[in-house]
Ligand binder design. Structure first.
Ligand code: UT7
Length: 335
């Protein structure tokens, strides 16, 4: 019986720092509002002259993760790439990573589960390893939000929140039954799909339709979020799915050494921390510096927490996410 362990981790964020103050130049907002409601102080937005894209950022993070695992790119058997902001409408960026790594023609799968995308991807990779099909799988979360945000007062409810970046892990086969991914838990509730969505361009709203209508009020090609509604569901689902992971494995909240919540809003993370009665050293947050990077947020946070020595061999690590779909998910790992 195989288990799967995170053998290497890496992250990459663009150099360009955008502070809350910088946003005041093109929308009616304030550092005070953004910090009070979200905890965000600054985020990274790609400078388009650098050529950074979701695939290239993902590849940069992947190379660090592969090196951190003590492997070479040719040791990778399969790629899982989670993003809501692919370089192209199709194909997804997984195949671009295969090319950018310059490796053999391995399989590449793209995951479209937004904020839960990384955990969904990790769950898929976990199954491939546990069945014995693959040995080393790259799981990447990468997002380029800034190019598609409405940078005006009309879009401020969404625009101030999102940032760009990428994180990656190498999930590898292990024969140590006591360590590795214990369980993953995946959920969806599609009736709320439109509460956090980008409706077009897509098959239900093609570009030529948007162009023909040329309606200045049309915001369907910008992300939309019903903030309060999403917030209320998030706090409930985060807790539920963390408890589900703990109870399945016979643990209690106090057994968690490190919780890595998807970085949606610092108030959400603090609410969950309080509900689970966790100490500050049991939860890792970095939304202050990166904003919400959707599928990239968990691997970036995991990578930073690991780099800082906050995750040690034998620790019980929990990851949890909630977002567009709605989808929500958790993973419990004995490190
Ligand atoms: O990652 C996926 C999951 N995402 C989440 O879980 C996010 C969940 N939601 C949230 O984090 C919060 O709902 C937001 C941060 C998006 C918004 O915070 P809020 O406390 O729910 O604010 P609100 O939407 O109720 O807006 C309050 C006021 C409104 O003005 P009025 O109507 O009270 O006059 C907004 O127009 O704040 C206004 N507002 C802003 N003001 C300054 C909205 N955005 C901004 C802004 N700057 N950027």
């Amino acid at each position: 019986m195989y288990t799967s362990r995170i053998k290497g981790i890496g992250h990459y964020v663009p150099d360009n720092v955008v502070t809350n103050k910088d946003l005041e130049a093109f929308m009616d907002t304030s550092d005070e509002w953004i910090q009070e409601r979200t905890g965000i102080k600054e985020r990274r937005w790609i400078d388009p002259t650098t050529g950074d894209m979701p695939s290239t950022m993902g590849t940069k993070a992947a190379k660090i993760a592969i090196e951190n695992a003590g492997l070479t790119p040719n040791d990778i058997d399969f790629i899982v790439f989670a993003t809501l902001s692919p370089d192209y409408y199709f194909p997804g960026p997984g195949v671009q990573v295969q090319d950018q790594l310059g490796i053999k023609e391995i399989g590449a799968l793209d995951v479209r589960n937004q904020c839960s995308g990384f955990i969904y991807g990790l769950s898929v990779a976990d199954q491939f390893i546990k069945t014995g099909m693959y040995k080393n799988i790259l799981v990447i979360g990468s997002e380029y939000h800034s190019g598609g945000l409405e940078k005006s007062t009309r879009g401020r409810g969404v625009t101030v929140i999102f940032g760009d970046g990428a994180g990656a892990v190498v999930l590898s086969r292990s024969e140590d039954e006591k360590k590795g991914i214990l369980t993953t838990h995946l959920h969806s509730e599609g009736k709320h799909a439109k509460e956090l969505a980008l409706i077009g361009p897509a098959t239900n709203r093609w570009v030529d339709q948007i162009m023909t209508e040329n309606d200045p009020e049309d915001t369907s090609y910008y992300p939309y979020m019903n903030g309060n509604f999403v917030f209320k569901h998030a706090v409930t689902r985060f807790s539920e799915v963390i408890y589900e992971a703990l109870m399945t494995n016979g643990y209690k909240p106090e057994d968690i050494n490190m919780l890595i919540p998807h970085q949606a809003n610092l108030r959400i993370s603090q609410f969950i921390q309080k509900q689970l009665k966790l100490g500050d050293d049991q939860v890792y947050n970095n939304i202050m510096r990166y904003g919400n990077t959707t599928a990239a947020s968990i691997p970036i946070a995991l990578s930073e927490a690991h780099q800082k020595g906050k995750i040690k061999e034998g620790d019980l690590v929990c990851m949890a996410a909630f977002g567009s779909g709605f989808t929500w998910a958790s993973a419990l790992i004995r490190w």
